[in-house]
Design a protein around this ligand. Structure first.
Ligand code: GLA
Length: 392
């Protein structure tokens, strides 16, 4: 995975659009990928999450198609797909078109009819690395279509449209976190979301002494593989035994009282979720107070729980997280943890800004020495959520 931030913008996509379609785009949208700082596998349990938007974005340029057919190009240099507008109400080939088909269908259900469009997509969100390139794609498409149709679709609704697209067109039973932060992210802020009622608080992350370091394990993952759905099922089973409608309604005391009935697996799954909600609260408080050591403690606790109780980490990701404690500059790392759905993907660390470059290089070298895997990193700050970059 290439974690470099190749610059993309309205200016970079426009000449390609004109070259491919022979006319100008009328709308250009952008929507970011994300890194989750803490609160993992809590979103579909009506819990708390605290992600931030990246500066890596999905950019989409569109204009009404003069042919009456959709003409879509999935990336610069890729082939053009032609589709009849009547064909977008179901999944089909090539696979990537399902993200767009889904968004058009969900807008249609809201009474917003997207006309046949010429569309070019470009993205510098790394794919398959757990940084939500698909959420960025869905929310960017929704943002572009809503602008083209002059429709008022709130950021939260755009997130729900993206999530429904994943469920019905991509077969990924995801929660709301990734699409929500892509739609509602704010520069220089993390976002603490209550997934029960979708209320949220922006938490400033402007301290220049602390940087966010993302490192790829180079292990590709897919949430359609079954491990993710199996975790959701474990949580639902735990709810049935605990007599709650979601794990948000459960406490550690309730869990202990039903320990035998739950069995080891459901007990540990639920313990992760209940504990993770508490860690999100502790983390948010620590960030607000600028207490980065306390924030790091919550991150370490989150990783251990995801590894041991929820069992969604993997050997490579665990290696990266423990290397953050053993590299020569380990004292400059406040905390590190896996981020995203798991089974591969990236880790996120909070690191002293003065030393973050050094830490990143030591991590890459130590990972190579430990596992023989060559990988990449990203040093970043919270970016801006979905927006219209241009409208004619
Ligand atoms: C994926 C899903 C999210 C969330 C995370 C785990 O990123 O898309 O909804 O469940 O995994 O926290």
């Amino acid at each position: 995975m290439d974690l470099e931030e190749r610059e993309i913008s309205a200016e970079t996509i426009t000449p390609y659009f004109e070259e491919y379609f022979g006319h100008k785009p009328t709308v250009i949208s952008a929507s970011p990928g994300r890194v989750n700082l803490i609160g993992e596998h809590t979103d579909y349990n009506e819990g708390f999450v605290m992600p931030m938007a990246l500066n890596n974005i999905n950019v989409i340029a569109i204009a009404p198609s003069p042919t009456g057919k959709h003409r879509w190009i999935g990336g610069i240099g890729e082939e053009m797909i032609e589709l009849d507008p009547a064909e977008t109400d179901k999944p089909g080939e090539p696979f990537w078109t399902n993200y767009v088909r889904g968004v058009i269908t969900m807008l249609g259900r809201r009474g917003i009819s997207v006309p046949a469009v010429d569309m070019l997509i470009d993205s510098n969100v790394p794919r398959g690395g757990g940084l939500s390139s698909s959420a960025a794609f869905e929310v960017s498409a929704c943002t572009a279509f809503a602008a083209l149709c002059g429709a008022d679709v709130t950021p939260t609704d755009r997130a729900l449209i993206g999530q429904a697209t994943e469920h019905e067109f991509v077969n990924v039973p995801c929660g709301i976190m990734d699409q929500f932060i892509s739609a509602n992210g704010r520069k220089d802020h993390a976002l603490m979301l209550d997934c029960k009622d979708l209320s949220y608080k922006l938490v400033p992350m402007t301290d220049p002494t602390v940087s966010v370091l993302v490192i790829d394990s180079a292990v590709k993952h897919s949430l359609a593989d079954g491990g993710y759905a199996a975790r959701r099922k474990n949580c639902e089973d735990a709810c049935t035994i605990l007599g709650v409608s979601s794990l948000r309604g459960a406490t550690l005391e309730m869990l202990e009282a039903k320990k035998a009935e739950l069995g080891d697996l459901c007990y540990r799954r639920a313990r992760h979720v209940i504990g993770e909600n508490l860690r999100v609260a502790a983390f948010a408080e620590a960030v607000a107070a600028g207490d980065w050591n306390a924030a790091g403690v919550a991150m370490r606790g989150s990783h251990a729980s995801l590894r041991d109780d929820f069992e969604v980490s993997c050997a490579e990701v665990d290696t990266l997280v423990s290397l953050a404690d053993s590299i020569p500059s380990a004292a400059s790392v406040y905390g590190a943890r896996m981020t995203g759905g798991g089974f591969g993907g990236c880790i996120v660390a909070l690191v002293k800004s003065d030393d973050v470059q050094q830490v990143a290089e030591e991590m890459i070298e130590a990972y190579r020495n430990a596992l023989g895997i060559e990988t990449a990193y990203l040093i970043t700050r919270p970016g801006e959520g979905a927006r219209v970059l241009y409208q004619a």
